[in-house]
Design a protein around this ligand. Structure first.
Ligand code: PGA
Length: 253
């Protein structure tokens, strides 16, 4: 089902206590305003997940997830967390292929395909990230790059699995830079992603997909981004660390 979603990617911020306080504050502000069609997803650091899942338990439209998972289900991989471990901590979602993972941890298309599979096996909803670098956009390769990222990591999946994930378009040059994509440029890419999915899986499947925009979404620009027809919400980094900003962005949905 296509949903409107505001998701907070906390990255490596907040101690456990600070994180639980932030989750409580967000819950107090948004409780009763989320629904099956209009969701909030919090992506805190791993160690916060159990506590946050407990705080959000039983609330409609409130979810939590991991920022990453390993591509295997278990084994001798010191320091790693598997998708099934995330699920057992109460998480329902997981971010796969964030550009910081691609850049700093060398995650490539094949690895991300495997992570997506593990996530789906664990019944988590992947939020699959794609996006081009500034250099790629300046050389007009953005459609080629994003097309490749989704085809290589996702298009081996059967249609019912595609229907159970979300995609986040996050141009790398807009992440944490204060420079968001224009609503038109973001929307053009969202329409492209949807058309690629339609070409592979049919229009109905493509229309059921939630495609989020990420990259310097703030209270001041969220409404114009979310007003675009193919933008179904946002994956928010910096502005998700303040409950008031996150609430303002949710208000723009
Ligand atoms: P930002 O990050 O909102 O701080 O640009 C977005 C993201 O990386 O998901």
């Amino acid at each position: 089902m296509r949903k409107r979603i505001v998701a907070g990617n906390w990255k490596m911020h907040k101690t456990l206590e600070e994180g639980l306080d932030l989750a409580r504050d967000i819950r107090a502000r948004l409780q009763g305003r989320c629904s099956e069609e209009k969701e909030v997803i919090l992506f805190p650091p791993f160690i916060h997940l159990t506590g946050i899942a407990e705080l959000l338990k039983g609330l409609t439209g409130f979810h939590s997830g991991g920022q990453n998972c390993h591509h295997k289900n278990e084994g001798a991989y010191t320091g790693e967390i598997s998708a099934s471990m995330l699920a057992s901590s109460g998480a329902s979602h997981v971010i796969i292929g964030h550009s910081e993972r691609r850049k700093y941890f060398g995650e490539d298309d094949a690895l991300l395909a495997a992570k997506t599979e593990r996530a789906l096996e664990a019944k988590l909803t992947p939020v699959f990230c794609c996006g081009e670098t500034l250099e790629e956009r300046e050389s007009e390769k953005q459609f080629e790059v994003v097309g490749r990222q989704i085809r290589k990591a996702l298009f081996h999946l059967p249609e019912e699995k595609i229907r159970s994930l979300h995609i986040a378009y996050e141009p790398v040059w807009a992440i944490g830079t204060g420079r968001s994509a224009s609503p038109e440029a973001a929307s053009e890419m969202h329409a492209f992603i949807r058309s690629e999915v339609a070409a592979q899986y049919g229009r109905k499947c493509a229309d059921s997909l939630s495609i989020l925009y990420g990259g310097s979404v703030k209270p001041g620009n969220a409404a114009e981004l979310f007003a675009m027809p193919d933008i179904d919400g946002g994956l928010i980094g910096g502005a998700s660390l303040q409950a008031a900003d996150f609430e303002a962005i949710f208000n723009a949905l």
